[in-house]
Design a protein around this ligand. Sequence first.
Ligand SMILES: [Zn+2]
Length: 81
Amino acid sequence: MNATLIGIIIGIVLIFLFSLIKKDSKFAYLGIKLSRIYCPKCNEKQPIVRKPNNQRQALYGGHTCRKCGTEMDKYGEEIAK
Ligand SMILES: [Zn+2]
C-alpha cells in the first residue's frame, strides 16, 4: 500500500459517506446527489455534467433547467429567486 492508494480509498469512502447525507440534514449542503434529478416544473432531466451558472451552483451544486430556466438545488428542489 502506498500513499496514493490510501488517498484514493479515503476519497471513495468520503464520497460514499457524503452521498448518504439526507437533504433535510443540517449538513445537506455537503451532500452529494449521485442520481439524476428532474426539473420540478417541467420534469426535464438535468445533465450529470453541469456548468455552474453562479457562485452558489459552483460551490454547492444545483442546476438551471435548460428548458424552462428554473433554478434548483442538487436535490432537484426549486430555489425561489
Ligand atoms: Zn424545467
